[in-house]
Design a protein. Structure first.
Lengths: 288, 288
């Protein structure tokens, strides 16, 4: 995992326009938002899924970089005053604090375009796989995916959500991009059957939800220093969470159930899916 | 042209998620930002360029819708308080005024994703052309294109730009997407030689700049009611314009020169480029 994370920094470093290119302040902000931060869960998933198809190194790297750029842009915009108004992210000032709001807005916009740019210029053996990769990323990013989940989140402040409603929100908000990471990885090498891809999609759906359940648990249990971002904001904003709906123990049980279901979906792949399995464990057992 | 504009409304209507889909407020804002507005210059250019390659109807429609969604999202974000803080666009309240800032931010983000989604799901005969179309749109939208131009614009407030600096800004800010429109159209049908595509790119570069020069002229000569947006903002913000650098007559002469150069680039195509020619004339002669 650490090996992929190190390679990822290098890939992202080269997939972003250099500071020497105008406007350098915008490129500075884009690099600030993406480089040297985060657990790189989505890139790790792309790499782990690509192992199942003997993924080409440059295509896997491009897919991993693209999904991380989408994730990073969503954090930049989420942190802005119009949304969560957060000043701290990964232990550093958020982009609009470090730069300014207009730059944060533009940097986010440019990162989304850069994600598709990187994919569109990767050396895929089959252009149809390249299109499928971009299709998965676009659908997962837009209003039927991540942005839609953020919208439901936004409009749910102060509302009482049922568990199915909360689940739909998170399946879109966090889950869509996690699922896309796995699916994108499967298009980076040899052809995969649609049955196998559906199994992996179910795996990814489960760990995507588990990721969010654990996020809510950590938000309740951890402190700002460990997490690197402001804790307790959801409760303060009267946002529904798994912990508020299920209690702390209920939420932990839910995460364990989802992990089991995810592992079951991997069973037919045997040893080849060891890395995906390890990532699923990591997602549920992480402390930050 | 009116025929394409009418078809375009219909295409965009179907290319955007329906209001019935959650979150409906987000989809309402996306539709508000895109439908029933604007001259559709970029879609018209896509269609006119696609005529040169007997473009497939659904692919041309998808390319036209995609580029218009990118244009529309850029206006939504541009109008926000953190950027131009504009309350009027196409004679209607801007998205953040009609809805709210968070919704405007998300709607813009989701529209950018939707643009790539639409392209990724269009029935291109050759996947390589589909990738090329998406590559052109991504490059034109990001920090080496439109977002980069907006950044240079942002950081130039109160600065004295030289004519080449102003030109670079506009080649990126407005020109990149106009060039992409023409290039995308050429990938929607039969193969085109790279020489022909380069000629069309030069044509598009000239009319892209002419478009901005005329924008500056109209901002000086017109009134808010005719233009449907607040006039005189650039002067009020001490932003450099072609009129401030060249004077009104100088700017008009510049536009005429660019139109001539654009027409010269079209000459080898003869009658087949009649519609591109008509669009170039329209861009320079428009009154709003």
């Amino acid at each position: 995992m650490r090996d992929v994370q190190t390679r990822m920094e290098n890939t992202l470093e080269h997939a972003l326009p250099p500071l020497s290119h105008a406007p350098s302040r915008l490129h500075d902000a884009m690099r600030y938002a993406v480089l040297d931060g985060g657990k790189r869960v989505r890139p790790l998933l792309v790499y782990a899924a690509a192992e199942l198809v003997n993924g080409s190194a440059p295509c896997t790297a491009a897919a991993a970089a693209a999904v991380e750029m989408i994730h990073a842009y969503s954090l930049v915009h989420d942190d802005m005053p119009a949304m969560d108004n957060d000043v701290l992210r990964r232990g550093k000032p958020t982009v609009h604090v470090q730069f300014d709001e207009a730059t944060a807005l533009l940097a986010g916009d440019a990162l989304q375009a850069q994600a598709f740019d990187v994919l569109a210029h990767a050396p895929f053996a089959r252009a149809a796989d390249q299109v499928a990769t971009m299709a998965a990323l676009a659908r997962a990013s837009g209003s039927l995916g991540m942005c839609g989940g953020q919208g439901i989140d936004l409009y749910s402040v102060g509302q009482t959500l049922t568990l199915p409603e909360l689940e739909l929100m998170h399946i879109l908000k966090t889950g869509a991009l996690i699922r896309a990471s796995v699916i994108m990885g499967t298009y980076c090498g040899e052809p995969m059957s649609s049955e196998d891809r559906a199994r992996l999609d179910h795996f990814a759906k489960c760990i995507g939800l588990a990721f969010q359940v654990i996020d809510d648990v950590l938000d309740e249990e951890s402190d700002t220093a460990t997490l690197g971002k402001t804790v307790g904001k959801d409760a303060a904003n009267h946002k529904p969470t798994y912990v508020s709906l299920l209690g702390l123990k209920g939420a932990k049980d839910k995460a364990a159930e989802l992990l089991n279901e995810a592992c079951a979906a991997l069973a037919p792949f045997g040893e080849r899916a060891a890395r995906l399995q390890a990532l699923a464990d990591f997602i549920v057992e992480r402390r930050s």
